[in-house]
Each structure stands twice: as C-alpha cells, then as structure tokens.
Design a protein around this ligand. Structure first.
Ligand code: PRP
Length: 176
C-alpha cells in the first residue's frame, strides 16, 4: 500500500497553539472545581490527550464510543452507543471532548444520554466545526476551528479507519 500524504489544512503548530488557549479558558471557567472529561472515541483521542495536558484542574478521564459514519464519508443518520463511560456523573461538572461537529447528531444524542444522568453542568469542547453541515443546533463552549465543507482527516479523524495518526488536519482529495 502506497503512503499518501494529504494536503495540510491546519498545521500541528496551529492546533497546539489553539489547544493552549482552550485549556486556559477551561481552567479559568472551572476554577476551584473538579471535572469529568469525556473523550468521544475514536476521533477525539488525540485532541483530548493534548487538551487535558493543558487543563490545570483535578480531573477524571472517561471514554465513550459512538459511531455514525461506518466506512463512508457521509453520516449514516443514526448513532450507535458502542461503549459507555464507567463513572457516575450525577452532580458533577462534565466536559465532553469531540473532534468534530458536523451534522450535530452525535452531540445531540450524547447530550440526551448525559442529561438523564443529572450532571451539574455539561460543556462541550470540539476541535472542529463544519457549520455548513449542521442539522441539529449545538452549543460549542470551546471551539478549536470552524472549517469549510471538506472531508478532513488526521489528528484523530479517519477515512475508513485510516489517517488518524497524522499530527495535523489534512484534506482528503478525490481518488485517494
Ligand atoms: C465522527 C466524529 C464525531 C461525529 C460528528 O465520528 O468523531 O463524533 O462523527 O458527526 P455528526 O456531527 O454528523 O454526528 P464517527 O462516527 O466517524 O466515529 P469515530 O470518531 O470513531 O471515527
């Protein structure tokens, strides 16, 4: 298999600089409080890992897995809960960490799942947001970058399971 190098949309340096600012904002907003960080697998693993290094609060890390895309570039329109968190979030501050908000369906479903568990507060951090694709209104409290309607890969985001390891956000061109 040939190694394909996708065109860069957002460089590693730009990503880290932005995450520094998000980490500071989260630290300030929750000052003096505990936080449960929920990383939405698989796409958010790299963002979440770099983000929590920059949050200066007592926090616990949880993982949840939801899937909507399968191997396609289009959302399937339904979201499956594949793996749940293990912590009890009742009365707790929760920060959900996503790689991208596209149609907003995943976050809509996730917020519904969380709200019945009665957390004190739920906030959302997303590295990317594609406003042109949004179908379900979403409030992103900590946003990395707003992007155009391009299929992006790298820094955790995949196409058919590949490219998650790239340290930057790239664009998948037709034919690759
Ligand atoms: C992607 C991404 C978000 C969701 C965004 O996950 O990680 O969770 O889609 O799309 P939406 O706003 O239209 O719901 P995916 O289902 O591809 O799973 P993955 O993170 O394991 O790659």
């Amino acid at each position: 298999m040939e190694l394909y190098t996708p065109e860069t949309l957002i460089s590693e340096e730009e990503i880290i600089q932005r995450i520094d600012a998000l980490g500071k904002a989260i630290t300030q907003n929750f000052e003096g409080q505990d936080l449960i960080v929920i990383c939405v697998l698989k796409g958010a693993f790299m963002f979440c890992s770099d983000l929590i290094k920059r949050i200066n609060l007592p926090l616990k890390l949880e993982f949840i897995s939801l899937s909507s895309y399968g191997d396609s570039t289009q959302s399937s329109g339904s979201v499956r809960l594949e793996m749940d968190i293990t912590a009890n979030i009742e009365g707790k501050n929760v920060l959900i960490v996503e790689d991208i908000v596209d149609s907003g369906l995943t976050i809509k479903i996730l917020m519904e799942i969380m709200s019945v568990r009665k957390p004190k507060e739920v906030r959302l951090a997303s590295l990317l947001f594609k406003p042109s694709k949004l179908k379900h209104p979403v409030r992103i409290d900590y946003l990395g970058f707003e992007i155009e309607d391009k299929f992006v890969i790298g820094y955790g985001l995949d196409y058919a399971g590949r490219y998650r390891e790239l340290p930057y956000i790239g664009v998948l061109n037709a034919g690759n």
